[in-house]
Unconditional design. Structure first.
Length: 187
């Protein structure tokens, strides 16, 4: 078994962050959590040694995080979301100079991975079934106000078509995409 590491898990407010903390903790690693929230979900895990509250998700905020991680002896930082990946990669040299390995790819690879349209094209080329989608129009939701978009001006995401929404009410065959089921109160 490899020697235990000191790992900083970013985006502790997400369920992905919690799952990462639990998995690393069970494997015997010392885990730290960072989040912009005061009481992030992953910080409640028994495996979380300590947590850091980010003032904001900017280069300056991540510089303060990096200084804290260095004092804790962290050896690896694991970002969970697009924004965190891009912020860590933007100052990858400073993280590595502090002796901390950044657990995500470089910007060119990240931008390709975050391109939802390209992902759907690859899935279709591999023969995987995907739900009917259409490119989001700029008028639908500006990228800067979309909480899921870390890159302002990047390729917009995809949303289900109105055809899929209207299909909920009609009978469907086994070959069609599964309908969306809405829960009703009291039933």
């Amino acid at each position: 078994m490899p020697s235990p590491e000191r790992v900083l898990v970013l985006d502790g407010q997400t369920t992905q962050g919690l799952a990462c903390v639990r998995s690393l903790g069970r494997a015997g690693h010392t885990v730290y959590v960072a989040s912009p929230l005061r009481r992030p979900l992953a910080a409640w895990s028994r495996y979380c040694r300590a947590h850091f509250r980010l003032g904001d998700e900017t280069i300056v905020g991540f510089a303060a995080l990096r200084a804290w991680a260095r004092t804790q002896g962290v050896g690896i930082v694991l970002p969970q979301r697009e924004r965190s990946c891009l912020l860590c990669d933007a100052e990858r040299d400073q993280w590595e100079a502090a002796g901390i390995v950044v657990g995500c790819g470089r910007e060119d690879m990240l931008l390709r991975a975050f391109d939802k349209g390209r992902t759907l094209e690859h899935a279709a080329a591999c023969g995987l079934r995907i739900p009917p989608t259409r490119p989001r129009r700029r008028s639908d939701t500006p990228a800067s106000s979309n909480p899921g978009s870390a890159i302002s001006g990047s390729a917009a995401g995809f949303r289900p078509t109105t055809e899929r929404a209207t299909c909920r009410t009609r009978r469907r065959s086994r070959l069609e995409w599964p309908p969306v089921v809405a829960a009703r109160r009291g039933r």
